[in-house]
Design a protein around this ligand. Structure first.
Ligand code: TYM
Length: 326
């Protein structure tokens, strides 16, 4: 059995990009391996967060994990801030990371672009992410395409540690969906769909009401043609919608092309909305139940205990190898 670890930031409502790129795979992998899934609230504060909003978004994300099918008896579900080893190993990893490596990170470049003042935590963000992964000696990391670069850095840091202090860390591998590892915005297919976007029309939230989903999809940008054809080079918008369709309807791209041959975008978009509603409505119902009972706090407590058991052992071993007095 392998070890799986992943996480999402509590910096907004989870989107169908998060669901397709990562959460769906979490649910699948929990049946196959030992899994650790967290909400990375300490990463969320690398950009300013209102305390009340952070609390709400953190509980929302954890509850959505469970509502989407994560089972606390199969996977450890926890908050990053509940396992202090993350902060400690995060610092150690920061000291092993080179400035140049962090300067090359595209997520940092995107998030800091045009900002007058940028927190140092946003810059050292990837070192904390490396710690998240290495604390569990995780083999498999289910993520979307945008996290590939962070994962490569994690592997470099694991190698650097192993070379200096003796072979210890496992090399983590990304695990990505074949179609949909990068779901794009509904208003601009050159940009990734993002939960922190200021334009709610650019994404579909996992908690969006059915009518909101229908409206957002009817307004989603498409080209001026009418052929439902997968061609990410020349028909980016429609290809993006087809990736989403493929996940929510469990149909291959070829099947979707055949179904809408000669029909134009109208019926395709309408059906897509209904497929989204059919999958998201039961998740939303379960979500409301979870939030009303407060059961998520017990789930997170249990998960943190399980995670800390593994993480604390790694931290002791790392400190021993580095020469800390224990
Ligand atoms: P975050 O919070 O931005 O996104 C959570 C997960 O969702 C995926 N994702 C997408 N996949 C496809 N299309 C999209 N438009 C899309 N948007 C987001 C992300 O790739 C990610 O898998 N740095 C991470 C959080 C993190 C983490 C970790 C992940 C912290 N420590 C350790 C794995 C392991 C992040 O910002 O994800």
């Amino acid at each position: 059995m392998k070890r799986v670890l992943s996480g999402m930031q509590s910096s907004g409502q989870l989107t169908i990009g998060n669901y397709i790129g990562a959460l769906r795979n979490y649910v699948k992998l929990q049946h196959l391996h030992q899994c650790f899934f967290m909400v990375v609230d300490m990463h969320a504060i690398t950009v300013p967060q209102e305390p009340a909003a952070l609390r709400e978004q953190t509980e929302m994300a954890a509850s959505l994990y469970v509502a989407a099918g994560l089972d606390p008896n199969k996977a450890s579900i926890f908050l990053q801030s509940h396992v202090s080893a993350h902060a400690e190993l995060g610092w150690i990893m920061t000291t092993l990371t080179h400035m140049g490596e962090l300067e090359r990170m595209t997520q940092f470049k995107d998030k800091s672009e045009g900002k007058e003042s940028v927190g140092a935590g946003l810059f050292t963000y990837p070192s904390l992410m490396a710690a998240d992964i290495l604390l569990y000696n995780a083999d498999i990391i289910p993520v979307g395409d945008d996290q590939k670069q962070h994962l490569e850095l994690t592997r470099d840091l694991a190698n650097r540690f192993n070379n200096r202090f003796g072979e210890y860390f496992t090399m983590p591998e990304p695990y990505m969906p074949e179609v949909g590892a990068r779901i794009m915005s509904l208003d601009d297919a050159s940009k990734k769909m993002s939960k922190s976007s200021p334009n709610p029309g650019s994404f579909i939230g996992m908690l969006d009401e059915p009518d909101v989903i229908r409206k957002k999809l009817s307004r989603a940008v498409t080209d001026s043609g009418r052929e439902v054809k997968y061609d990410p080079q020349n028909k980016r918008e429609v290809s993006n919608l087809m990736s989403i369709y493929s996940h929510f309807a469990d149909m291959s791209i070829v099947e979707i092309e055949a179904k809408y041959e000669g029909q134009g975008y109208g019926p395709f978009k309408k059906d897509l909305a209904e497929h989204l509603v059919a999958v998201l409505e039961p998740i939303q119902k379960r979500y409301r139940e979870i939030r009303s009972t407060g059961e998520i706090h017990d789930v997170l407590k249990k998960g943190a205990q399980e995670a800390a058991e593994v993480a604390n052992q790694t931290l002791i071993e790392v400190k021993k190898r580095m020469g800390f007095v224990l």
